[in-house]
Design a protein around this ligand. Structure first.
Ligand SMILES: O=c1ccn([C@H]2C[C@H](O)[C@@H](COP(=O)(O)OP(=O)(O)OP(=O)(O)O)O2)c(=O)[nH]1
Ligand SMILES: [Mg+2]
Length: 156
């Protein structure tokens, strides 16, 4: 179902023991920006998020994202709209040199318990270009029309 541009980066996934049998993260439509991530919670032991609480949900995979790219973990709008489930730290940042399991930090902003079962698509990951800037300290900044104006300085 995925359509790859010639410049699409290769992302390799290593399956952890508790990810056994799970479908790989996948793009659900040909133009989907994010691949859906699935919950690697134990079969028969669903994870319940009470209202106002947060949980770290395992995905069962280690990602190898190539240099020059990052993974952005974002909420799914359906879960957010229907149940108030979102990512606390959205977008979560997955560094290209990270070799731990990707986990999703969810919070329940709804009014009811939300139950996460094995294989449930809980969030999505966008692979995006990321650069490291050359950082230098200076003593004087260049003048601009905006200057220090911000936070609504240009009007509504
Ligand atoms: O939603 C997330 C966010 C991060 N991570 C992993 C991958 C990322 O590369 C690493 C560190 O993330 P981040 O830099 O956001 O966290 P930190 O609090 O700054 O931790 P660290 O000191 O390890 O960088 O944690 C996840 O699995 N899920
Ligand atoms: Mg960090």
């Amino acid at each position: 179902m995925n359509i790859h541009a010639p410049s699409s980066p290769n992302v390799s996934l290593a399956r952890l023991p508790h990810g056994a049998g799970l479908d790989l993260p996948s793009y659900e439509t040909s133009g989907a920006a994010g691949m859906d991530l699935r919950a690697a919670v134990e079969e028969g032991s669903p994870l319940t998020i009470a209202p106002g609480k947060r949980v770290l949900v395992p995905t069962g995979f280690i990602f190898e994202i190539p240099d020059g790219f990052e993974g952005q973990v974002r909420p799914r709008s359906g879960l957010a709209f229907k149940h108030g489930i979102t990512c606390v730290n959205t977008p979560g940042t997955i560094d290209s040199d990270y070799r731990g399991e990707v986990k999703v930090l969810l919070i329940n902003l709804g009014e009811e318990d939300f139950v996460i079962t094995r294989g449930m698509r809980i969030a999505q990951m966008v692979i995006a270009p990321a650069t490291q800037a050359r950082i230098a300290e200076i003593t004087q900044t260049t003048a601009t029309t905006r200057g220090a104006g911000g936070f609504g300085s240009t009007g509504v």
